[in-house]
Design a protein around this ligand. Structure first.
Ligand code: BES
Ligand code: ZN
Length: 619
């Protein structure tokens, strides 16, 4: 009771005058959180599928330092229609210069302002939004919209303080076309509303890159008590079957690093143009349909996005330079979940595939002189953060944590990680903060001596990285050797091989093979007809390298239907190595580009030196 009285004596104005203690300077946001920051966002939006426009209002609760006088938002390509503060009084505002960071929106604040409301609409080039025509969906009947916020795209559909170090709660009212369902990274509906109106609530504070919205012809199926899946109606059963292990994953994750703090955990399977494998939007992971392999063999991706509910969404990289704190920890956690659910050998195969990716990324970055991009701590000032986000954060980050696990012993390391998540829950973390915490809680008490500076601020993979080992992969290599020595492909001992075995097999075939060998492999293992996107894309790379014509129709089809950047980049890169391939790449890209997401388009335009002044359909 006394507390309540004390609470009343302490008016909210006063609480609001004390902004959060320390904000790290974020080179990718115009916001000045020390002066004024948002603490809650209330969206009231309509989604116009015909005009391809989101419009409405965003109302913010704000906390300001004494005499702040202004608050700064990030915007990119938005039309600002008006700004009011408090009780509806028009506020003075101005928009800064445009750069790759968008434009700062500065709003003048009267002394006692506690809320700001911005009326706005999105522009035709909003990179966070992908508007899909019915033809680009599985059902082919209805349009579809999804958003992608990470890293700095949320500002293209909401005026926001778009820095991972600034957290706020949110609620939203979304008016979607009648008959379609809208879902967000929030508390979600499970049925279609009669008039297309939906309301959402995210009660845990999150950074702007984790706000997400999808609108389409969607259905929901539960998997466990806290887990379920959204997908187009024709795919939702397949998705629910594929992700049957989700509830077990969630339980395993909690056993490792503490309670799941977000209520439900669902996955939405998006149309194939989604540019990523998965995106860890809180409560609702956004996922590519290319993980629906039909045999549950690619669900480690769900373990990864689920793990972000701790590493990333609960303890968040303070800036994109600290991206490895999100992804490296998540790859480690993903591996532990997979070990618990699918066993040791599965986890080791996953580690080895990751290490292979890391080595090839390091080789490429070093060959092109980008040595600093192989550091864990990045220096992305002045660059689009997307350019520096590659396997290094994931796999070199993982390698460091694996080394720490070995040095400390698993039990101590698990206690350390659990303590780390608890101590910094709903906060952001810089690399320096982490290093100090690591020193204090693990290295010093356990007397661990480690070349941590080399790991964090040095190039390449340090010599003391532990090499993952897998007996299964040794066997795969033995079978390749037998084939190379003359054993017929059909007689290789491939019984019981999983997707991971085949990926390893395809990655380790001889660099050059003749048409007979290619045909023999395809006759024996039907790679060209394989429906597993990981196996197929690895095979198609081999086909391009060996100019294996019979697979090119399939390649064309794959590149025009799948928009996941991870598959597109290596295939187009391989095509670009020969004159014939270049011609093919240009013609496929010309046809496919309007259907790709802006994220993939940006990378591919660079790769293919694409010069086209016409904006693509998705821009
Ligand atoms: N958060 C990432 C996706 C991302 C990274 C989006 C950087 C924008 C900028 C997500 O968690 C992720 O890592 N996805 C991977 C899958 C994972 C299993 C490695 C992907 O999309 O391939
Ligand atoms: Zn991730």
């Amino acid at each position: 009771m006394l507390f309540l009285v004390a609470g009343c004596a302490n008016p909210p104005e006063q609480a609001a005058e004390a902004p959060q203690p320390i904000f790290t300077m974020d080179p990718h946001s115009h916001a000045r959180p020390q002066e004024a920051r948002i603490t809650h966002l209330a969206l009231d939006l309509s989604v116009d599928m015909d005009k391809q426009e989101v419009s409405g209002t965003a109302r913010y609760d704000i906390a300001t330092a004494k005499d702040a006088g202004r608050i700064i938002f990030d915007t990119h390509g938005l039309t600002i229609e008006g700004v009011t503060t408090g009780d509806g009084l028009a506020a003075e505002y101005s928009l800064g210069d445009t750069s790759f960071l968008g434009r700062a929106l500065e709003v003048k604040l009267p002394p006692d302002a506690r809320t700001v409301t911005i009326a706005y609409r999105t522009g035709p080039g909003a990179s966070a939004l992908q508007w899909l025509a019915p033809q680009q969906t599985a059902g082919k009947q209805h349009p579809f919209l999804f958003t992608q916020g990470q890293a700095i795209l949320t500002r293209t559909w909401i005026p926001i303080q778009d820095s991972p170090g600034i957290r706020f709660t949110y609620e939203a009212r979304v008016k979607a076309p009648q008959g379609l369902m809208a879902v967000m990274s929030a508390e979600n509906p499970t049925t279609v509303s009669a008039d297309g109106s939906y309301t959402f609530k995210m009660e845990q504070p999150i950074p702007a890159y984790l706000i997400a919205l999808a609108v389409g012809d969607l259905a929901f199926l539960p998997i466990g008590a806290r887990t379920g899946v959204y997908a187009e109606p024709g795919m939702v059963e397949k998705a629910a079957w594929e992700f049957a292990d989700m509830e077990r994953m969630l339980e395993s994750a909690e056993k490792l690093y503490g309670a799941y703090r977000w209520g439900r955990y669902d996955v939405i399977v998006l149309p194939p143009s989604f540019p990523f494998g998965g995106m860890e939007n809180p409560r609702l992971t956004f996922a590519t349909p290319t993980i629906l392999a039909g045999d549950r063999s690619l669900t480690s991706l769900v373990a990864h996005e689920l793990a972000h509910s701790w590493s990333g969404n609960l303890v968040t990289n303070a800036t994109w330079n600290d991206f490895w704190l999100n992804e490296g920890f998540t790859v480690y956690f993903e591996n532990r979940i997979c070990e618990a659910v699918y066993g040791d050998e599965y986890a080791r195969m996953l580690q080895l595939l990751g290490r292979q990716d890391l080595k090839s990324t390091i080789t490429k970055l070093e060959a092109s002189g980008h040595h600093a991009d192989t550091h864990l701590r990045l220096h992305l000032e002045g660059r689009d953060p997307d350019e520096g986000m590659n396997d290094i954060a994931y796999e070199k980050g993982f390698a460091l944590l694996k080394l720490l696990e070995e040095k400390a012993g698993r039990e101590k390391f698990d206690a350390f990680l659990r303590g780390y998540f608890d101590a910094h829950a709903f906060r952001s973390m810089t690399t320096d903060d982490f290093l100090a915490y690591l020193e204090e809680k693990l290295l010093k008490p356990e007397s661990i001596d480690l070349n941590i500076a080399e790991w964090v601020d040095g190039a390449g993979l340090p010599a003391n990285a532990i090499e993952p080992q897998s007996d299964s992969f040794v066997k795969v290599e033995q079978e390749i050797a037998r084939w190379v020595a003359g054993a017929p492909a059909k007689e290789l001992a491939t019984q019981g091989w999983t997707t991971f075995h085949w990926m390893h097999f395809l990655r380790h075939l001889p660099a050059s093979m003749n048409p007979n060998q290619m045909k023999e492999l395809d006759d024996a293992f039907a790679f060209t007809a394989n429906g597993n996107a990981e196996v197929l894309s690895a095979w198609l790379e081999v086909c391009i390298r060996n100019d294996h014509d019979p697979a090119f129709e399939r390649l064309d089809q794959f590149l025009t239907t799948v928009g996941r950047r991870k598959f597109l980049m290596p295939l187009y890169t391989e095509l670009y190595k020969t004159e014939k391939g270049r011609v093919m790449a240009q013609s496929i890209y010309a046809a496919a580009r309007p259907n790709y997401h802006s994220v993939s388009v940006r990378s591919l335009d660079d790769l293919l030196a694409w010069k086209d002044n016409r904006p693509p359909a998705s821009f």
